[in-house]
Write a protein that binds this ligand. Structure first.
Ligand code: IPE
Ligand code: IPE
Ligand code: MG
Length: 258
């Protein structure tokens, strides 16, 4: 793939997060039911995961199902998405192992149906020794509820006398986020043209580069991931400082104040 050769190995993201949007519109354009779009979207997931693994991307985090989706979509659609997740895991764990991909989850996953949780645990266990890309699926995920969970945990520490309120730092908040063991995303991709964040990783994307494409998720392939990464390579990240040509330190080495 030509674009593969164009990627600058010194300007690769470490963590790419994606808001996979547009399944319903993809189906609607073809006069098909939304379910068909979701099914096709699951195919895109596997293409993108395998491309991420080929380019040795350490972290790929996919917004698969939001807390708001579970509250605001018809029950039939929610249960279809749950079944689709289960069957995605059942059919792809072997390929994840072939590609050295480890899978994990963020979100209020304890609220998901128990058969789905069992399948999720099985997939995580089956891939936990892989050392390539870590695929994180955000499931029943909402960033504000993640922050609420972190604040509750910190309040408990204060109550137990482990921490004084005026000692709380950004690091203390981070160690209670679901993403505590992960670096912040360098690049956030949203498909289907919507210019919004939809309650995704609000804390973590403070200095993330954003790439919005009109392409609908079921049409998204590995080559489109590479295009976004190429565009990321051309960005001038400043982290509140100056660019390299203006005498600033190398963007990657600038310390974001904690
Ligand atoms: C994204 O596609 C998948 C989920 C949110 C589960 P949508 O279902 O949001 O598709 P559109 O936005 O209606 O086209
Ligand atoms: C964001 O897409 C959530 C996921 C991709 C899982 P939505 O389709 O739910 O977002 P809104 O409703 O357009 O903001
Ligand atoms: Mg949508």
């Amino acid at each position: 793939m030509a674009i593969f050769r164009r990627l600058d190995p010194t300007r690769m993201p470490e963590h790419v997060a994606i808001i996979m949007d547009g399944n319903g519109r993809w189906a609607g354009k073809r006069s098909m039911k939304r379910f068909v779009g979701h099914k096709q979207g699951a195919e895109s997931v596997q293409f993108v995961v395998e491309t991420a693994s080929r380019i040795n991307l350490p972290w790929l985090t996919l917004y698969a199902f939001s807390l708001e989706n579970s509250l605001r979509r018809p029950r039939l659609e929610v249960s279809f998405l749950m079944r689709l997740l289960s069957s995605y895991l059942a059919s792809n764990v072997e390929r994840m192992n072939d590609n050295n991909v480890r899978i994990q989850y963020i979100g209020r996953t304890a609220e998901l149906p128990s058969e789905v949780r069992d399948r999720m645990e099985w997939a995580a266990e089956a891939t936990c020794r892989n050392t390539g890309t870590t695929l994180t699926l955000a499931l029943n995920y909402g960033s504000r509820s993640e922050l609420v969970d972190a604040v509750r945990a910190l309040a408990r520490e204060v109550e137990q006398g482990l921490l004084r309120p005026d000692q709380v730092t950004e690091h203390d908040i981070e160690r209670h986020l679901y993403t505590r063991d992960m670096p912040d995303p360098d690049l956030l991709i949203r498909t289907s043209g919507e210019m919004r964040i939809s309650n995704y990783l609000l804390w973590q994307i403070a200095y993330t580069e954003i790439f919005v494409t009109e392409r609908l998720w079921p049409d998204f392939r590995g080559s489109h991931l590479l295009e976004a990464i190429e565009a990321f390579g051309a960005r001038n990240r400043r982290f509140g400082g100056l660019s390299e040509s203006e005498g600033g330190a190398l963007a990657g080495s600038v310390l974001v104040p904690r």
